[in-house]
Design a protein around this ligand. Sequence first.
Ligand code: ZN
Length: 151
Amino acid sequence: MVDATDLYQEIIMDHTKSPRNYQRLEDADHEAQGDNPLCGDELTVYLKLDGDTVEEITFEADGCAISTASASVMTEAVEGREVDDVEDLIDTFQALVTGEEEANAIDPAELGDLAALRNVQNFPTRVKCATLSWHTLKAALEGEDETVTTE
Ligand code: ZN
């Protein structure tokens, strides 16, 4: 039997090797850049909204495995959701990787591949790698033009 840690490792490796939705979105109506100087991760998130729904989300990144995997998992989790829902998910993810009790109580089955990043809470220096894409998504939704930084 495969234990959860190995399974999570596998999910992260899979998203790192073949990131989902990895491309520039030419007709994006929202985009933002994120920068994590601590690790050297940089990424851009592109969004196309249809009313209040995220119709399409893509990203481009130059960063470590965790930042790329997190962005890839994020695009899959967010596509097709309503903006309010996405904002809740951003908070949930932040709570999850920082090890908040409330988030740890969530059933992994409900989180899908997001659960794979839960282990990041054991590596405080990598938390910013994991949250970078989510901060950038938030900036894109809010229509901020400036680059967000984790510092
Ligand atoms: Zn990183």
